[in-house]
Design a protein around this ligand. Sequence first.
Ligand code: NAD
Length: 270
Amino acid sequence: MNSIALPLAGQRALVTGASSGIGEAIAQALAAAGAKLLVNYLHDEAEAQRVVRAIREGGGEAVAVRADVSVEADVESMFAVMQKAFGGIDVLVNNAGLQQDAALVDMTLDEWNKVISVNLTGHFLCAREAARAFVRQGPIDGLSCAAGKIIFVSSVHDIIPWAGHANYAASKGGIMMLMKTLAQELARSRIRVNAISPGAIRTPINRSAWETPEALARLLELIPYGRIGEPEDIGRAAVWLASDASDYMTGATLYVDGGMTLYPGFEAGG
Ligand code: NAD
C-alpha cells in the first residue's frame, strides 16, 4: 500500500481527452499524487504539450499521444505507446466525451452515432485494452492492492433525463451498465472499475451554461450547494478512486455534483 502523501507513487495512468477541462485536471491531480501520465488528445497537440510541460515542471513524468478513442487502431497503438513508455498501466481514466445536441425530431443519425461512438464505444475500446494489460501483468507487490483500476467519467445525466440531449444521456446511461458489468466481470482479476458522475463543471463543453451572469444564475438554481464545480473537484475524486484508499470499492458511481442529483426542485415542497 502506498503512502498518503503520494498515494499513486510509481503508478502509470492514461487519461483520455486530457488536453482540456476535466481530463486535464485529472491528469494534473494524478501526476501530483505520484503517477506517470499518458496525456491523450484528439486535435490540440499544443494544449496536450502544455499539460505535459506542467506535469514535468512539477517533477512528474508525462507523454502526449494523439488518438481518436472511437477508432480501434488508434486505441491499440496508444496502449502500445503506453507499454513502451512506462512498461505497463495501472490506471485508466476514460474521460473523452462530447455533446452534439438536438431535439429528438431534428437529431440526425450522424449526431446520434458520433456521440455514442466517442462517449460509449470509445470507453469500451479503452477499457478493453486496459483490462487486457491488467490481466497480463496482475497485481504488482508494493505498487497497489489491485491489478488495475478503470475510472469512467460519466455524468449526472446517467440518471437525470436531459431533453434535447438524447444521444448524450443515452451514452452516459450506457456507461453506467458498462461500468457495473465490467466491475462484476473483472473483480476476480483484482481489477476495480468505478465511475465519477460530475454535475455542472466549469469547462469548455458547457461554456454557454456559465459564461454570462444570467446563465450562471439559472444554472445555480439546479445546484443546492450554490456553486459551479471546478475541474479540480473531479481531479481529487479521481485520485481517491485510483488509490488504495478506495480499495474495497468497485462497481460504484461517485456523484460529484454539489447536490444536483438531489431533485432540488423538491426543496420547497413537492
Ligand atoms: P472538454 O470538451 O474540455 O473535454 C472533452 C475532451 O474530450 C476534449 O479534450 C476533447 O478533445 C476530447 N475528445 C473528444 N472526442 C475525442 C475522441 N474521439 N478521442 C479522444 N479525445 C476526444 O469538456 P469536459 O467537461 O472536460 O468533458 C470531459 C468529460 O466530462 C466528458 O466525458 C463529459 O461528458 C464529462 N462531463 C462534463 C461535465 C461538465 O459539466 N463539464 C459534466 C458531466 C460530465
